[in-house]
Design a protein around this ligand. Structure first.
Ligand code: DGY
Length: 321
């Protein structure tokens, strides 16, 4: 008998076709948000779950599925899953690392450039028919060469951003709870700073950490106050790492210069005060959204799920270590 699998939202069609040939598949919804009651009802008889970062897979959901063996998350971040509880129940949890590193790093640089050169504001200006000719002070922005980029989180994506940043002649400092060996820091051309020093020193601060209880509101009102008035904050990781209300206030009052956000504290809701501001660029969580990357994420999530269901070791287990 084929294993029963719940897919919370559609995958790209080719991956969904492949999956449906291998398992007894139920697609929970075509919508962006799956109502909790539906998730709880549909998971009950399943052995496998393929879900996304928008699905909260907590103790209650896991308890509803006595036969569940594997949770395959189609995302690298797994903050939507109660990992400890899943592991305590002996479940396999998998994610989709690596394939989205380059796309997310590209988007980070795109946001840095969009904010520092005020691209979105300038685009709006043109569309509104307000461009009447070249002017010496039209949309003055910030240059990158010689400035300091502070990376908060220095895993795969942080390092990919660092590689790109060097081409823009940025100086790179980083904070990560796990400091690199000095030899590796030298090889990568980066210097470690404690977080409070980093926020004071950096001209651009870009977040590449995972969301955990420790990183919740890591960028707090207090740390925003310590940033330079010319500082730019970029977040392509997870919204709750930044205190979004405090950020809106810092941007409104000119406490910092600008921000670029691909993620929000309460997605899909965006803090209304942010929406009113010109010095922030807002994107709908598209860090990994290239056709190639999303395709690879889908197939990786399917492959992890199928291997787990066959009792094999999936390629991307998320493990307590
Ligand atoms: C992830 O994978 O965690 C991203 O946020 C979405 O691709």
């Amino acid at each position: 008998m084929r294993p029963k699998v719940l897919l919370t939202h559609p995958l790209l069609p080719e991956a969904m076709d492949y999956l449906s040939r291998e398992v007894d598949l139920e697609l929970a919804t075509e919508e962006m948000i799956l109502p909790r009651e539906e998730l709880l009802a549909k998971i009950a008889d399943k052995q496998g779950l393929l879900c996304f970062l928008t699905d909260v897979i907590d103790r209650e959901v896991i308890d509803r599925a006595p036969e569940l063996r594997i949770i395959s998350n189609c995302a690298v971040g797994v903050n939507n899953i109660d990992l400890k509880y899943a592991w305590s129940r002996g479940l396999l949890v998998t994610n989709t690392p690596d394939v989205l590193t380059e796309a997310t790093a590209d988007l980070t640089l795109a946001l840095i450039l969009a904010v520092t050169r005020r691209l979105v504001e300038a685009d709006r200006f043109c569309r509104q028919g307000r461009f009447r000719g070249w002017k010496i002070d039209l949309f003055l922005g910030q240059e990158l060469a010689g400035r300091t980029l502070g990376l908060v989180g220095f895993g795969r994506i942080g390092r990919a951003v660092a590689r790109r940043a060097r081409a823009f002649s940025l100086r790179i400092i980083y904070y990560d709870p796990n400091r690199l060996e000095p030899g590796l820091e030298k090889e990568l051309g980066v210097a470690f700073r404690p977080l409070d020093d980093l926020v004071r020193e950096a001209d651009l601060i870009s977040i590449h950490a995972s969301l955990t209880p420790e990183s919740y509101h890591l960028i707090s009102a207090e740390r925003l106050r310590r940033m330079k008035k010319t500082a730019v904050l970029i977040n392509v990781a997870r919204g709750p790492i930044v205190d979004e209300k405090a950020l809106a206030e810092a941007l409104r009052t000119g406490q910092i210069w600008g921000a670029g956000l691909d993620v929000f504290e309460n997605e899909p809701l965006i803090e209304p005060e942010l929406v009113k501001l010109d010095n922030v660029v807002l994107l709908p969580h598209i860090g990994s959204a290239t056709a190639d990357t999303r395709r690879q994420m889908c197939f990786m999530a399917v492959d992890n799920l199928l291997r787990g269901l066959r009792g094999e070791r999936p390629a991307n287990p998320v493990s307590p270590a």
